[in-house]
Ligand binder design. Structure first.
Ligand code: SME
Length: 172
């Protein structure tokens, strides 16, 4: 499929009301799962997810993956958006907290998060979801928005189920 997924085109940076964001994500998820079906290569899967989640979550100014490349260390992976930090130790930032705790981090105001790493000064909120296969943390999905409260618990739950489903099959 070269056309991406079937969704209304919206300007980058649009923050829809939460109910509309959830409906948009629920429309996109089966299409994303269909595109990824059978894909076992982690770079192919992460790059495709970064692309399709970027199309879906138009409130994002950054959407992509940080991969575990050494004990306690993340390195940037496939992403869309402005330049991201290249490496993040587990003790730093929102991504580090997600990697360290293996818990989703939903941060409505990054300025209130101690140790937040400002790769892009315009970012105001963030959602980071761990990708775990078996017992191994493979990566984190990092989503940033220029809006305060750019992400909801409902979006986090839907994305967790997407990544949980795929991380079981993929050797990330
Ligand atoms: N803000 C993140 C760093 C990654 S970038 O924003 C792309 C953090 O605090 O982990």
């Amino acid at each position: 499929m070269s056309e991406g997924i079937l969704l209304e085109k919206l300007p980058r940076g649009t923050l829809l009301p939460e109910a509309e964001r959830l409906a948009r994500l629920e429309t996109a998820l089966p299409q994303i799962r269909a595109v990824l079906e059978g894909e076992t290569d982690p770079v192919a899967a992460q790059a495709t997810l970064a692309c399709l989640l970027w199309e879906t979550l138009v409130q994002c100014n950054w959407c992509g993956f940080y991969r575990v490349v050494a004990p306690g260390l993340l390195a940037v992976g496939p992403y869309q958006g402005s330049l991201g930090c290249l490496r993040i130790p587990f003790h730093k930032g929102v991504c580090g907290a997600a990697a360290r705790t293996r818990q989703t981090q939903l941060v409505p105001d990054v300025h209130a998060f101690p140790g937040h790493i400002a790769c892009d000064d315009a970012s105001r909120s963030e959602l980071v979801i761990p990708v775990i296969a078996g017992d191994e943390l493979q990566a984190v999905l990092d989503l940033d928005s220029t809006h305060l409260g750019g992400f909801s618990a409902g979006e986090a739950a839907l994305l967790q189920s997407l990544l949980g489903g795929w991380s079981g099959e993929l050797d990330w």
